[in-house]
Design a protein around this ligand. Structure first.
Ligand SMILES: *[C@@H]1O[C@H](CO)[C@@H](O)[C@H](O)[C@H]1NC(C)=O
Ligand SMILES: *[C@@H]1O[C@H](CO)[C@@H](O)[C@H](O)[C@H]1NC(C)=O
Ligand SMILES: *[C@@H]1O[C@H](CO)[C@@H](O)[C@H](O)[C@H]1NC(C)=O
Ligand SMILES: *[C@@H]1O[C@H](CO)[C@@H](O)[C@H](O)[C@H]1NC(C)=O
Ligand SMILES: *[C@@H]1O[C@H](CO)[C@@H](O)[C@H](O)[C@H]1NC(C)=O
Ligand SMILES: *[C@@H]1O[C@H](CO)[C@@H](O)[C@H](O)[C@H]1NC(C)=O
Ligand SMILES: *[C@@H]1O[C@H](CO)[C@@H](O)[C@H](O)[C@H]1NC(C)=O
Ligand SMILES: *[C@@H]1O[C@H](CO)[C@@H](O)[C@H](O)[C@H]1NC(C)=O
Ligand SMILES: *[C@@H]1O[C@H](CO)[C@@H](O)[C@H](O)[C@H]1NC(C)=O
Length: 549
């Protein structure tokens, strides 16, 4: 009997939880991070829940600015004054999901809590360049938005990192992650091919109502894409059609998570579909925002609702020299997309939609993205785990992101070909406590510098098992006990300045970092050759793994 009650209570709880989950208006996973905000809050206008960034990054300083013209998220930021190769956010993602990642930056309008200019830095996610930011003069004191689409595959985390340039301190105002429907922007998955990610060039809503605030996002767009109005003077003035009068005959895109398979239509929101440009020829140009790739993904959103139009007639869609003819076949809203357009002009993209019919074609919206191969390089997982342990013992957890990519943490040197850790450069880092055993799991280490810290306890014997170790600098610490026999009398292994340490070598002179190791003996050379063989096997294995992933 009591068991039965338990089950009943559990069932009720489950149903409550379900109801709670369902009451959430967002159809897919949304993560909205207001960097530098003091506490989480709900955005009354948009109905979005904003979190602070405390759970996502462990370094940097937060600051608030005065102002109210822009969205609230833009008036707080996190900035990074410490000179490090990179400053990272760790963003949890669900495996096998397509995401929109958006970063917004606003250096402030020049008041005392604004970011000092000039400033330049790059942002990466994993080992890929997301954007390069540069603000030089006061005219650059505007808010900018960067968006990327990528597929998570087997990943459970994404590392968003800021890499300082030669000027100023990197900063960030907001980070947003939006899960997208399974088959939208299908090019990010490319089954059987190299995965690609895309960086947004432009996302346009054609024919918005004249006047008024015609930019829109969530809740008008279920997936919170930013839609910009395509209006003069940036675009030609085409005839406008308001389709709301046809609404009864217009099938709009309504995404229901349970619907399962869909047609990869990218789900344009109703507000994009409802108004449009119309004409026999709609030609315009857009400045190209990136030049580091020639590959582009383009998506046209069109509709046909007019009873008099012959829908078997050919309509033509062109981006530069790539064109596509299409007869709609049925009345309603449609998406036409080009996976890979190869651009020729380094500055401008030519877009042209046309129809031989006098009634012309209806264009609701247009998007284009720059396409890049998704570089999946990451530190070898055993090395990364060992570093986790080392960071924990030494209190170095504020070093986040991938240890080696896109640049190594300042205190590491990596073999980027093999994705392995080669050197630990932890001199003068104010480290205390014992030397963690985990170091011995970094089997590719050739050099360890731990000198000039406050390390205590005895030296782990396991260090002697590191096969490639040539330099071990443990000078000027508070180490005690006997130097493990395997570490004694080895050239390049130094232990001076540890009064409590006993054993041969405790008084040896430190070898200057960077100097050549001892002349090669026959034994050393044999080890080297097997190493090269091993390295080759590891490379081959990792290549095989990457291909099979
Ligand atoms: C951080 O995450 C934990 C666990 O999910 C949550 O309880 C906590 O409220 C979060 N903190 C902030 C500042 O968002
Ligand atoms: C930033 O990216 C550009 C390429 O857009 C590159 O030339 C530059 O070296 C990068 N700078 C840093 C600090 O990573
Ligand atoms: C909707 O379609 C029906 C049937 O084709 C047609 O009779 C009607 O005029 C259409 N309504 C509008 C507003 O176009
Ligand atoms: C879009 O229109 C459809 C059909 O009218 C409707 O069911 C759906 O709720 C609308 N979606 C949004 C986000 O307004
Ligand atoms: C519609 O267009 C197709 C292709 O141009 C043509 O074969 C057909 O006769 C047209 N139908 C009507 C009713 O005009
Ligand atoms: C647009 O395409 C049509 C049909 O292919 C062509 O006649 C016209 O010259 C093109 N216009 C521009 C500006 O490229
Ligand atoms: C690191 O080593 C310590 C023992 O020295 C162990 O307790 C810990 O679990 C290890 N951590 C990892 C991540 O391997
Ligand atoms: C060194 O670490 C100790 C605690 O381990 C701390 O009290 C001290 O402030 C640190 N010194 C520096 C310069 O970071
Ligand atoms: C440790 O620091 C002291 C003082 O900064 C310096 O004289 C000494 O050479 C350093 N030791 C090593 C091994 O770098």
């Amino acid at each position: 009997m009591p068991k039965f009650i338990y089950l009943f209570v559990l069932l009720i709880l489950y149903l409550c939880l379900q109801a709670f989950v369902r009451s959430d208006a967002q159809l897919t996973e949304f993560r909205s991070i207001d960097c530098g905000a003091a506490s989480s809050y709900e955005d009354a206008e948009l109905g979005l829940k904003w979190e602070t960034d405390d759970n996502y990054t462990k370094s940097g300083i937060t600051r608030k600015m005065e102002g109210q013209d822009l969205p609230k998220q833009l008036y707080s930021y996190r900035y990074f004054t410490s000179r490090r190769n990179k400053h990272c956010y760790v963003l949890p993602v669900t495996t096998d999901t397509t995401y929109l990642l958006r970063v917004r930056l606003f250096p402030g309008s020049g008041g005392s809590s604004s970011i000092d200019l000039p400033v330049e830095f790059n942002a990466t996610f994993n080992n890929n360049l997301f954007f390069s930011y540069s603000a030089v003069t006061d005219t650059d004191r505007v808010d900018v938005t960067y968006e990327s689409l990528f597929h998570s595959f087997e990943r459970e985390e994404i590392y968003l990192c800021l890499l300082p340039g030669s000027k100023g301190t990197p900063f960030i105002n907001s980070v947003e992650l939006r899960g997208l429907p399974d088959t939208s922007y299908f090019v990010t998955r490319n089954p059987g091919e190299v995965p690609q990610f895309m960086v947004l060039g432009d996302r346009l809503n054609m024919g918005p109502k004249p006047g008024g605030n015609s930019f829109f996002r969530y809740p008008d767009d279920d997936f919170d894409r930013f839609w910009q109005p395509a209006v003069p003077p940036r675009f030609p003035s085409f005839a406008r059609i308001d389709e709301s009068s046809f609404i009864e005959n217009l099938t709009l895109f309504t995404y229901t998570p349970a619907s399962g398979a869909d047609d990869g239509y990218n789900w344009p929101p109703n507000r994009t579909v409802i108004d449009a440009w119309v004409g026999p020829q709609l030609a315009f140009t857009i400045p190209r925002s990136r030049v580091d790739t020639d590959k582009l993904y383009a998506s046209f959103y069109i509709a046909e609702i007019r009873p008099e139009v012959n829908i078997t007639e050919d309509f033509s869609y062109a981006v530069d020299d790539t064109s596509y003819s299409y007869s709609i076949g049925d009345r309603g809203a449609h998406t036409i997309w080009f996976n890979e357009v190869v651009l020729k002009d380094p500055k401008i993209i030519h877009v042209n939609v046309s129809s031989s019919s006098v009634d012309g074609v209806i264009l609701n919206g247009f998007e284009y993205y720059h396409l890049y191969d998704f570089d999946i390089s990451a530190t070898y997982s055993i090395d990364e785990k060992a570093l986790d342990g080392l960071q924990e013992s030494f209190g170095l957890q504020d070093w986040q992101g991938d240890p080696c990519f896109p640049v190594a943490w300042d205190w590491l040197t990596c073999d980027t070909e093999a994705s392995r850790i080669q050197k630990l450069k932890l001199s003068h880092m104010n480290l205390s406590g014992p030397i963690p055993e985990n170091i011995s799991n970094l089997v590719e280490l050739t050099e360890i510098y731990l000198d000039n810290n406050s390390l205590e306890g005895s030296i782990p014997e396991s260090l002697a098992s590191l096969p490639k170790l040539q330099i071990l600098a443990l000078d000027d610490n508070k180490l005690t006990g006997e130097i493990p026999p395997g570490l004694q009398n080895r050239r390049g292994f130094t232990f001076t300045g540890n009064p409590g340490l006993i054993g041969a070598g405790s008084g040896a002179t430190a070898q200057a970092p960077g100097s050549q190791p001892s002349p090669k003996s026959a034994a050393v050379r044999t080890i080297r050759e097997t190493d090269i063989l091993l390295l080759g096997m590891v490379l081959w294995a990792s290549l095989f793994l990457q291909v099979s992933i």
